[in-house]
Ligand binder design. Sequence first.
Ligand code: FAD
Length: 330
Amino acid sequence: MSRDVYVFAEQRDGELQKVGIELVGKARELADDLGQQVAAVLLGSGVKDKAQELIACGADKVVVVDDVMLKEYVTEPYTKALTAVINAKDPEIVLYGASSIGRDLAPRVSARIHTGLTADCTALEIDEETKLLMMTRPAFGGNIMATIVCEDFRPQMATVRPGVMKALESDASRSGEVEEFKVEFSAADMNVKVRETVKTAHKSVDITEAKILVSGGRGIGSADKFKMLEELADVMEGEVSSSRACVDSGWISADRQVGQTGKTVRPELYLACGISGAIQHAAGMENSEFIVAINRDEDAPIFDIADLGIVGDLNTIVPKLTEAVKALKA
Ligand code: FAD
């Protein structure tokens, strides 16, 4: 019986997804606390060569189920494969990215193997005394942080949103074991026929990848003010993001939203312009390396988490900053 920490290493079109790599990093920490190993589960078709990448990022072993049935994500075959791996390996913990795939897969697996699942965790740690996994997530509209434990059933399972955990530096010299795991599929397992995969023509921006984010809140006043933020983001080679207030007002698309119901980001620089700093917003950006806030209200809560606060009108400050950065680069 293993008591290892497992990670569902999501891949799309044969490319490992960042969230899986981040979770392998977190799993490394949890497994070290438990004195156990980290295993990544890689499901797909023709994906075995990706196993080494997972080992370089912290996995001790990779369990690969390589089958044409797993070429594209379809709920039933993926659920069957992962359930079979879990039943055979008996892990202590299984982590999933809270991506559209992870959110579909994890609850189904949890029902099949009869264990609990804590969704959208923002922190995971091992309790020193009980050795249980403490799974923390916002609850009651983000007004409290709830820490949940799964005492009676195994494995303990959690989903975590992309960007919440930090990936380890990849180390190509790390070695590990790769195990090919066979799952017997029948035609009946493919209960959905994928006729065509249509990729969205408009490639949405992944703000979780940006090193610099210039983020606008309701304080910018209108949709066209995002142009001013874009100019600053462009000269700083960053991206524009937003609070939910602007998304709800239709000023910017939802893929730019930072926060509890948006994305979790940890850029090197987060510049909050006209954002009050509500807890639901802070939940998505407070782990940024350096936070600069521009707000005309000196009591705005954003200043409590900012490394540098500028009290003033963003309409004056943002264009000045853009000019200053341009001048520095000239
Ligand atoms: P406001 O709170 O209205 O703040 C605007 C700020 O701009 C003020 O501080 C004001 O002083 C300042 N300002 C105004 N004019 C200027 C100016 N000219 N120059 C400088 N400063 C100026 N919010 C999120 O962002 N992300 C989420 O994921 C999210 N999820 C939520 C989930 C739930 C369940 C709930 C209940 C709420 C959620 N919210 C989320 C909403 C959140 O509670 C806040 O309402 C929202 O973050 C406020 O956005 P804001 O800071 O842009 O606007």
